[in-house]
Design a protein around this ligand. Structure first.
Ligand SMILES: [Zn+2]
Length: 79
């Protein structure tokens, strides 16, 4: 049997609680970053008319709905 005082038990409880909250926060943050990255991959900026449009098709050269130009999927920079 392990002998633990009440103060040690409270410290262990708080450490476990903080560890659980920290783990959940990290998992949630990773999910948020991954979904933002996935969403950013679907947005395309037309190189001719600067129109921003979303294209979820797997084509490598999505066509701009405004001017009809085929554009490359360039990474969108964060500001
Ligand atoms: Zn365009």
């Amino acid at each position: 049997m392990i002998h633990v005082t009440l103060s040690e038990l409270m410290v262990i409880y708080l450490l476990l609680l903080l560890g659980g909250v920290g783990t959940m926060w990290v998992i949630r943050k990773i999910g948020t970053v991954r979904s933002a990255w996935r969403l950013r991959k679907t947005w395309v900026i037309c190189q001719a008319c600067s129109n921003h449009y979303q294209d979820t098709s797997p084509s490598t050269l999505p066509v701009c709905p405004e001017c009809g130009r085929a554009n490359e999927r360039l990474p969108i920079r964060e500001i």
